[in-house]
Design a protein around this ligand. Structure first.
Ligand code: SAM
Length: 243
């Protein structure tokens, strides 16, 4: 049952993730960030802020170790991550469904070359997100490894600190990928801008919370990593090697 739950949730997550690319990029899908008729600005803004808030609260609360300790007294350990992924996907589906377009244009690239350049950056961002999940552990991040271990009757190894590939250039390549994907757009509407500003704010808070947990988990190893590797902008800091 856990394996089935984990697999179905993973499929839902994949669909939700792929839909996010279409939603933010205004690709031809039923509902995107700018599709539909814009209503009055203030009610739209309030509804969109609430939708973003639901996702932010779900993610911040359910990702914390203290919450997980309490939550795993109710749900089995093996499906804790799957349940996190399920709730995150549902929060995103709610956002896609209920998002109110705010279509006033803030900036627009008139040069076709500039438009293609911005679209390419956005696609690179999505590719960085996906590739980075595989660099730390894609199947563990989305709960499949945990349910498979349960099915095979195996213990999961303790969390491992890793700095492969992109993680040698920045500490948060997944979040960097999202920032590129959200900000690089040929036509920035008010709705898209609100989305980009809110998600950037949330990512910065998320990094602060995540790094607190990572320091509690990995101690000096993570503190040294923080001194040696930039948070989001891939600029060299110290020459010392990260490994
Ligand atoms: C959604 S991922 C985001 C990872 C990272 N912040 C990024 O942007 O690439 C969050 C999970 O990755 C884990 N994580 C973050 N950095 C890690 C690292 N260097 N090694 C192993 N796990 C890491 C965190 O503990 C958390 O469970």
């Amino acid at each position: 049952m856990a394996m089935l739950y984990g697999t179905l949730t993973y499929v839902l997550f994949l669909g939700t993730f792929l839909y996010a690319i279409a939603f933010v990029g205004n690709l031809p899908v039923p509902k995107t960030i700018d599709s539909g008729t814009a209503g009055p600005l203030v009610p739209s803004l309030i509804i969109n802020a609430l939708l973003l808030g639901v996702f932010a609260i779900q993610h911040s609360v359910m990702a914390r170790p203290a919450f997980k300790r309490w939550w795993t007294r109710i749900v089995p350990q093996s499906v804790e991550r799957t349940t996190f992924v399920l709730f995150a996907s549902l929060a995103l589906l709610l956002l896609y469904w209920q998002w109110r377009p705010m279509t006033e244009i803030v900036w627009s690239a008139t040069d076709p070359l500039a438009a293609v350049f911005l679209e390419t950056i956005s696609w690179i961002g999505w590719a960085v997100v996906l590739a980075s999940t595989f660099m730390i552990n894609h199947f563990e991040l989305f709960g499949l490894r945990q349910v498979l271990a349960r099915l095979l009757g195996r213990e999961l190894p303790p969390p491992e600190f890793k700095t492969p590939m992109f993680y040698k250039a920045v500490r948060h390549p997944i979040y960097l990928g999202f920032l590129l994907a959200f900000w690089a757009t040929p036509t920035m509407t008010v709705g898209h801008l609100v989305f980009a500003i809110a998600t950037t704010g949330y990512i910065l808070i998320g990094i602060w919370l995540e790094e607190r947990d990572l320091i509690a988990l990995f101690g000096d190893q993570y503190r040294r990593y923080r001194q040696q590797v930039s948070m989001l902008i891939p600029l060299p800091r110290h020459k010392a090697k990260v490994g």
